[in-house]
Design a protein around this ligand. Sequence first.
Ligand SMILES: [Zn+2]
Ligand SMILES: [Zn+2]
Ligand SMILES: [Zn+2]
Ligand SMILES: [Zn+2]
Length: 766
Amino acid sequence: MALPVAEWQGRTARLWAALEPALRERLAAASLQDAVRLGCDVLRSKEEEEAALEQLCHQAPMDKKPEAASWYREQGNREFKRGRYQAALRLYSRVCLEDIARAESHGYPDRLLPKVLLRKAECLLCLGRLQDAQDVLRVLESKIALDGAMTTHLTRLKKLSQLKVKLGEKERCPEPAQGEHGGTQGEPEIWEENSSISGASSSLSLSFDAERGRHLVASQDIMAGQSLVKEEAFVSVLCPGESLALQDGDTAWDTRATNADLYCHRCLRQLLASVPCQGCSYAQYCSQDCADRAWQQYHRTECPLGALLLTLGVFCHVALRTVLLAGYAEVSRLVEGSHCGDKNLQNPEGSCRPLSEADAGAGSRGVPGCDSSGRYQSSYQALFHLLPHTEQHSPEHKFLCTLSVVALCKQLQVAGLEAAVLSQESPQQCSKPKTCEKTSEELSPELKTVAEAMLRHMLQLQCNAQAITVMQEMGPGDGAVVDKKPVRLATAFFPVLSLLNHSCCPNTSVSFSGTSVTVRAAQPISSGQEVLHCYGPHWCRMRVAERQQLLRQYFFECRCPACLQELQSGVKSVVSIRNSFCCPKCQAQMQGEEDTLCCSIEACATSASRDHLSGRLQDLQQEIKKALELLRVRKADQAIKKLLKCQMDAGTFLSPEHLLMGEMEDHLAQVYATVGKWQEAARHLRKSIEIVEMHHGPSSVETGHELFKLAQILFNGFAVSEALSTIQRAEGILSVHFGPQSAQMQELQEMKACLSELPRNILQRT
Ligand SMILES: [Zn+2]
Ligand SMILES: [Zn+2]
Ligand SMILES: [Zn+2]
Ligand SMILES: [Zn+2]
């Protein structure tokens, strides 16, 4: 996904192995500039490689729309059956608008167009896009006037006037936009921007030392929940292709709705009605404005290369978009500047140094990436100075990146897109690309500069790529209890966020809204302490060995307190203790690192093979999946039966604190909630919360989400006083991680308001 497709990786690996040893050595030691030059030579002599790449492009899944349309229709049907008409209508509208857009662009028979346009206006009206609806109605009116009444049925004219009346009504008393109302509730956040680091709080300062590189330190005492960084991504690219498991169970994968169908390709907002790109079937936007801006800033160059970009992977795509956003003038200025300082860049970098470190030897010149006034901005300059670790990547990987970037730049040249890359010409001027015939032509010096910058960005991404995640609704979601899980949505560069070093037990929490990130203190941080965030391997989720393995891609060894403790004292990680097996006879913990596990109670002396227990665990997971499938098709009674059986079975070989034990309780709570058995649901969820607290800590996001669910259940079950106290606990945790203005906080506020307005006779029932 991040890297090119496997076939292209395989081809470049074979090509690498077949190169002359001398050339391999030169490539391995080459600067970025030389790597591009050598890469051009290699690719020029291997035309079959380019042909193969072109072949691979034909496999790229560019056309997903028919599947998406049927998916939306299906989802609409589900909502309709549940009586959620508003939601159903929105989903139907999504399909309908897509069909209409296609009808318009494919020369729909003229006499049928009024019907299609009426439908479109209706959809837009329902979605609250009044201006767009009005525009469509105007087009329709002029069309009818032009054709004369002969071709237009009276029913259509009636429909038109009905729609106009509705539009007028909506304009007079607009409904609040969904999800955006009440944004002023809650306490305003304290936010004072740092005078020398854009997007950072004034309570931080930028430090630099050889061991940690650039890093952020608290310059005063910080409270839990305080915002520390608010930054807009310099660049972001939607990750395509990953099917979202919107419901549990295998069938979710058949619907094939992916990020690319559900989110705006520019601002990452969820799509209600999409504005598709005129030039390709892939890019979709939330509005005409996003479509226009994306076109202007980068998509006019990317659009003709869609399949190639999907084939070469997201990192390559991010690298291209980065240089397009930066503009050629800035790219060439910094690339040329780096050649003068190449001696510095060539210095061997330490092997155990954390991410975000500065260029070697730059300490005396101040912190790299800062502008002339010493200010660190979320800019291309700062991004350019993120370390590419040129020396530390494997030569094969560098070769893969080099060939990919060179192939992409050659394609830019062949497709006549060079002018668009090098200048800010208006889209009209370059709408007629002049294609040049010979594919073996040498890259222009300007495109070589672009390729060099892109290669740098591809290498930087290995350490500095930031995944943008969203909370995606999971489970059957019948509206009463909403279960949400984080899903990877896009890959981005955040130059300021990249200043934070990693810890497996971080003191911050990161959340996203569209393409912007907010970092909050997850706990009090005292003045002088480093501000840290977790790149992924968290101590609650993985053992130290797994974490260190994952962190290898960042070219450093983690020395956070969690790692030191687990490594040095041989303390078993919480993960292994809590997720252990128990003795089938006496329920005590099973021990041993080998193939055979023994009961920890000596007198019991029961032993079991690890493989056998792992097999049972897998079977159990399969059964749980089946139970969730039953829930999905609304066979609640059978789902409950199955889950209770799973629980019994699990009790005979899993530790009572095993994460899966908690998950089963959570699932049971979900099922009981769907049939309105609120007390049962609450009972199971409380058990789940106990286990989640044990694994992730009482003030963790995970615990916060569970409390949020419990609040919903208690709310629905009119358990007023417990609901209010649970809401309060959830607020305390979620405001720290997501801030007082977040959607979750708003929902909690609304529940609270609703409970306080309940009439007395209902309150007395509880
Ligand atoms: Zn958008
Ligand atoms: Zn396009
Ligand atoms: Zn660590
Ligand atoms: Zn035992």
